[in-house]
Design a protein around this ligand. Structure first.
Ligand code: CTP
Length: 392
């Protein structure tokens, strides 16, 4: 069913970004309602939002032109999520203290669903302990705060206060809308991307992993309510919103990072394409060419998943495998050998599976079942994996 987002717009110069946010949400298929503070209408006309959303943009509580019902209550009942973006210091302070003196703040009080606040203001105002206390209070009341970014502000100051990027705001909305939060209170660790093994300061060996599958799992785990740590090899992907990301390079670095986070985790998903071998003796200086051939001596890297399997206590462990032949047989061997609770296997010969694409086609192996999944987007598969892992 189509979800409805209520966007509350208050009077920061970042109002213009709220127009883009509205447009992007509509393109993603959401129904969008907008309410503005009266001051925000001095930056952008309500007509801009109304034309985009095809709904009346309300900014006056006692507007004679709105339908004859108690609109802040009916709107609060209609929408699925309420995001205030940009949220000024004034609106944040009002919301934290239950002040309801206009349509936006009244509707906020009447709304029972997930609430998101995206502050935007000058750094000195943002750092002011009064505002920080009010933000902390809103967090305690269960609001999700999308931290502002650091950058050049409209007042030419440089610092924290820029409204978060639009894709970050959308990620927060999507996370808020996912129900039920089946992983609430759980700690999930995901590895992603390739590892790179150094040859010298300018060269390395690596593989084609894009990190997309692992990043999709980390995002989905956050959406399901988990506290998520992503241990990532080098990728070109943006760090997922709401996820703690630890960046590593080599297999050994990934192992060290995993040793730190593993004991305290509930679910671990090893989606990284860890290099099986590394250069025995990487050079600290650039290797010069000489002669017609050259050989590199490779030694085995630690098998991180096998290490986690050996040291498993309460954790549920999910591995990945990529195979080209005897897919299920090879995968079953890995599942048992590495003491996994679940193994997701890609058949590289299948159309839609593999590196750098946004889809995947896999089989999921558990102790008593092998399930062939249909072709899915990596986002859909991420949800399916986590749901299954949660049921084990
Ligand atoms: N893996 C790991 N450490 C390694 C190699 C792999 O933790 N040094 C993990 C991967 O993250 C994945 C799983 O093991 O979850 C399977 O990886 P794969 O490369 O398919 O298996 P290998 O055991 O390396 O077998 P082979 O390459 O011989 O097929």
């Amino acid at each position: 069913m189509q979800k409805c987002v209520l966007l509350g717009v208050s009077s920061s110069i970042a109002v213009y970004k709220a127009v883009q946010l509205t447009s992007d949400l509509l393109k993603k298929g959401y129904d969008v309602e907008v309410t503005m503070t009266e001051n925000a209408t001095k930056f952008v006309a309500p007509l801009t939002f109304s034309t985009l959303t095809k709904h009346n943009t309300i900014y006056q509580t006692f507007d004679e032109h709105t339908e004859y019902d108690i609109h802040h209550i009916s709107l609060a009942k209609k929408v699925d999520v309420f995001i205030v973006a940009p949220a000024t210091a004034n609106v944040i302070s009002k919301l934290a203290n239950g002040i309801a003196d206009d349509f936006l703040t009244t509707t906020f009080l009447a709304f029972k669903g997930p609430k998101i606040i995206a502050p935007a203001m000058n750094t000195a105002m943002y750092d002011n302990p009064i505002i920080q206390d009010n933000i902390a209070k809103l967090k305690e009341y269960g609001c999700m705060i999308v931290e502002p970014e650091v950058g050049l502000l409209a007042c030419k100051d440089e610092g924290r206060g820029k409204l978060a990027a639009i894709d970050t705001l959308i990620a927060a909305i999507e996370a808020a809308l996912i129900e039920p939060k089946t992983l609430k209170g759980k700690k999930v660790v995901v590895t992603a991307g390739p590892t790179i093994e150094k040859i010298d300061p300018v060269r390395f060996i690596s593989n084609h992993s894009s990190g997309k599958m692992g990043y999709a799992i980390a995002k989905a785990a956050f959406e399901l309510g988990a506290e998520v740590t992503l241990v990532s090899g080098p990728t070109s992907l943006k760090h997922p919103y709401g996820v703690k990301t630890i960046s590593v390079s080599s297999a050994n670095e990934m192992l060290e990072a995993m040793k730190k986070v593993y004991p305290d985790s509930d679910y671990v998903i090893m989606a990284a394409a860890v290099a099986d071998y590394r250069i025995e003796d990487p050079s600290d200086i650039k290797i010069k060419k000489s002669g017609d051939d050259m050989s590199l001596h490779l030694v085995r890297n630690p098998d991180i998943l096998a290490y986690l399997g050996e040291n498993k206590k309460r954790q549920k462990l999910c591995g990945f495998a990529m195979e080209t032949n005897d897919v299920i047989e090879n995968a079953r061997v890995k599942f048992l050998h590495k003491n996994c609770d679940m193994l997701v296997v890609n058949d590289l010969n299948e159309k839609g599976a593999g590196f750098k694409v946004d889809t995947n086609i896999v089989s999921i192996i558990t102790a008593d079942n092998i399930e062939k999944m249909p072709l899915m987007s990596k986002d859909e598969l991420a949800m399916a994996i986590l749901r299954k892992l949660g049921e084990l």
